[in-house]
Ligand binder design. Sequence first.
Ligand code: C5P
Length: 376
Amino acid sequence: MLSNAKSHVEGAPAAGPWQLAVQRTCLIMLVVQNSVLVMVMHYSRNNSSAGSSEPIYLASTAVLLVEVIKLFLSLLLAARDISLAHPRSNAPELAAKLYQSVFSADSWKLIVPAALYTLQNSLVYVAISNLDAITFQVTYQIKILTTVLFSIILLGRRISWRQWLALVLLTSGVAMVQVSGSLDLEDWKERLTSLLQGGGVPSALTTAGFSRFKGLLAVLAASLTSGLTCVYFEKLVKDSLSSVSLWTRNVQLSFFSLFPALLIGVLWQDGAAICRDGFFAGYGPIVWLTIALQAVGGLIVALCITYADNVAKNFAASFSIVVSYAASAIIFKTPLMLHSTGGAAIVLLAIYLFNSRPSPRPALLPLRESEKDSKH
Ligand code: C5P
């Protein structure tokens, strides 16, 4: 995963040892952040099911707070970039330069990914509300494939049959770890038997057929949106990296995300519940930790997209599922299961396959102009 990051870079300075070190650091940070986030959420879920009378916190308030924190952190980093670029300027001059760079002529381009990421978050919300957790998690892995598809369509990258095989293996391996890691085998058998015998769905799946269909459509649309948005963001950032810094782009992204998060999520969707229970109902240290981890995670995702690419980012996210599985076996003494261990091995094989190149030609490079011509 990490060794291939060098060949994925496009639009960034030539990959020297320093560049490679930055890519590796970003991807390792994403693996650690994702793994810790999974465990914190696991802990918060177990904790909240322990009979507490507190209402569960509203996802829309958390989404808004994550955007506010990301905006604040990105502003600090963008201000730092500008002060390094203009060491002789005083504070008001630096503030004016920051304002000009954030609200530059092409800042409107970030409205598209901001709207799409908000749509993705809403679709995930619809999917989670209408599907059981396992179906959601497994189906959402399709985003690994949609990301590659959009990288081919929008960035003109190419991929070998071996890498396609690796991506299919990766998707299946992650699905296997999640299915068997979250369900016990008897529950799984009960569901399958019930469905095969036409005896209707067991109690855990008593959602109406339409609701399930709606949930499946939502998760498929979220996977499509995820692939499209992250590749669009990658193209936008890398095309203008020499003139607009990543952190300025992130300020623009978070700024435009605030509007749908506040108007659609907080006011329209949960306005009544917030008026009744309060904005911070159900908040505790674990919820704050989850929000902080998600905000920092967003910045790490931005770094990975810029200094490596989206495919490497997805590999790192998938690898973190294996790390969480191993960590949960060690820390929480979760028993190792054959399916999960097999799935973890398949993920590792996929990472190896994706990175082992039989030909000296680097993988996932943009097509050369001559190749584009010969294809038509
Ligand atoms: O599931 P997926 O990898 O598409 O999720 C990407 C997440 O990273 C989104 O929740 C998005 O808000 C976040 N992100 C971010 N800043 C960026 C790019 C993505 O916070 N520059």
